[in-house]
Structure formats: structure tokens, C-alpha cells
Write a new protein. Structure first.
Length: 278
């Protein structure tokens, strides 16, 4: 049996939002396997926070911006260990300089961005120098960008959450307000994909299996499990895919319906959402 430490339990609790005792039991049942413990909790019907690619930092800064003609948007996450350092003037200034480099040069990858220079030093060396000053581990964790006909960015107060969105059309009446609303929708509702067909097949299969397990534990007949699981999958699509979500400003409409009310061909080409510690 794996040795389950208090830090392991706390890490699972922070990741899932589930109580300490349930997290400990899940880790025991799964012999310390962290990913298996998350699935164990979900199959038990626990309300588990969605896994996200941005779950590799506790503190730092997340900021986004667009270029002047609104055809390119970028969002970055610069990590540190404490909120105290995250609010440090030099740390914030470096994050803003990194974002400015993104907007000016539009690097293709995080690695390419990391080799760009702030003054005499690369971004990698600049971050290393700050680490030496503060004693805290730091890192440029994420860089995402969108090129589209019209792009938008949103920075939530406190710089812990930001989102960017690309739409397929520009020059439409009311496009600025529309883009702002959709970018805030992404920030608030954390969709996993644009539409049903964009969801990773592994996630779909995972949701079906979880739905079956939950129905089985509820005592439903075996021959009904597939139908019940597909019903739960449809609910997942409505809650977790952007175009099928309820529009936060008007719950009688989906996001797709809101967009087509502005222009019949208007839709989302891409989006990214980054959040510290989520």
C-alpha cells in the first residue's frame, strides 16, 4: 500500500474541491495514484473541479492583450510561489514586458518567446535573476495566442484570470460589445471546447463511463446505463461547450443563438482561458 501523506491529500483537495477525508479515502483506494483518485471521486458522484491545463501554478499573474488592429491576441501566465511576490512591482513589470513582446513579435511557441530579450537578458534569464533575488521558484508557465478576423481579451480584476477569443468576422455592427460579452463568458463559465465536435474523444468516453458508473451505483438496470450516460453527456455538452452554454446575460439564449442574433454567420474560431490555481 502506498504511503499517503497529508500533502498528497491536500493537493487532491485543492485540485478537486472535495473534502479531506474523501480525498484521503480516494488515494487509499487508488494506492496513491493521483489521476485515478480524481476519477474515483467522480465515479462516487462527488462534485469534482474540472481538470485544466492551467493547474500548475498557485500564485503569479495572468494577463492578456490584443494588437492595435485586433487581429492577434495573447495571454500569458507567469508563476511564483506567493501572493506577496506576485504583487511585487518588478514581477508585474516583467510580466507586462513579456506580454508586450508577444504582441509585438507574435512568437510561435512558448520556447521561442522564452528566448526573446528584455534588455540584455532573455526572458528565461530575466526570470532566473528574479528567482535569485526573491528566493522563490518562478516560471513562464503558459503562452497562448489567437489570430483571427477579430480578437478580444479580458483581464479579471486581480490578474488571476484572463481570457482571449477570436471571432470569424469583423466590421459588424455591435461587434465590440459582442466580443466583450463572449470573452467574459469564457472567463466566467470555463468551457472546455467551442462545440460538441471539438471535445476530445477521450473526454467524451470518460464522461460516458462516469455516467454509467453513477447510474449503476444508483441501482439502474444494466440495459439502461448507456441511455442514461448519453443523457448525462448531453448535459455535459450544454454546460461545458461554449456555443451550447446558456448565455450569461440572457439565459433564454445559448451563446450560439446570441451570436447569430448579431449576424447569422458569426461564430467563435478559438478561445483560451488561463486561471491561477484552478
Amino acid at each position: 500500500m502506498a504511503n499517503i501523506s497529508a500533502s498528497d491529500v491536500n493537493k487532491l483537495r485543492q485540485t478537486t474541491g472535495v473534502g479531506m477525508m474523501d480525498c484521503k479515502q480516494a488515494l487509499i483506494e487508488c494506492d496513491g495514484d493521483f489521476e485515478a483518485a480524481i476519477e474515483f471521486l467522480r465515479k462516487k458522484g462527488q462534485k469534482v473541479a474540472n481538470k485544466r491545463a492551467d493547474r500548475d501554478a498557485n500564485e503569479g499573474i495572468v494577463i492578456s492583450a490584443t494588437n492595435s488592429d485586433h487581429t492577434y491576441a495573447a495571454v500569458i501566465m507567469l508563476n511564483c510561489e506567493t501572493d506577496f511576490v506576485a504583487k511585487n512591482e518588478e514581477f508585474v513589470s516583467v510580466a507586462k514586458e513579456i506580454l508586450a513582446l508577444c504582441i509585438a513579435h507574435q512568437p510561435a511557441t512558448l520556447e521561442e518567446l522564452s528566448e526573446m530579450k528584455i534588455g540584455d537578458y532573455t526572458i528565461t534569464d530575466t526570470i532566473t535573476n528574479m528567482t535569485g533575488k526573491t528566493g522563490e521558484k518562478m516560471g513562464l508557465a503558459h503562452y497562448n495566442f489567437i489570430s483571427a478576423e477579430r480578437v478580444f481579451s479580458y483581464n479579471h480584476q486581480g490578474n488571476r484570470l484572463a481570457s482571449i477569443v477570436g471571432l470569424n468576422k469583423a466590421g459588424i455592427e455591435g461587434i465590440d460589445e459582442t466580443g466583450k460579452e463572449i470573452t467574459m463568458q469564457v472567463a466566467a463559465m470555463a468551457p472546455v471546447a467551442i462545440d460538441k465536435d471539438d471535445v476530445d474523444p477521450k473526454i467524451i468516453q470518460q464522461e460516458i463511463e462516469i455516467g454509467k458508473d453513477q447510474a449503476r451505483q444508483e441501482g439502474k438496470p444494466e440495459e439502461m446505463l448507456e441511455k442514461i450516460a448519453l443523457g448525462k453527456l448531453n448535459k455535459f455538452y450544454k454546460e461545458s461547450t461554449l456555443l451550447n452554454q446558456e448565455f450569461i446575460k440572457d439565459s433564454k439564449k445559448t451563446v450560439r443563438e446570441y451570436l447569430t442574433s448579431v449576424d447569422k454567420d458569426l461564430t467563435v474560431k478559438a478561445f483560451y482561458r488561463l486561471m491561477l490555481g484552478a
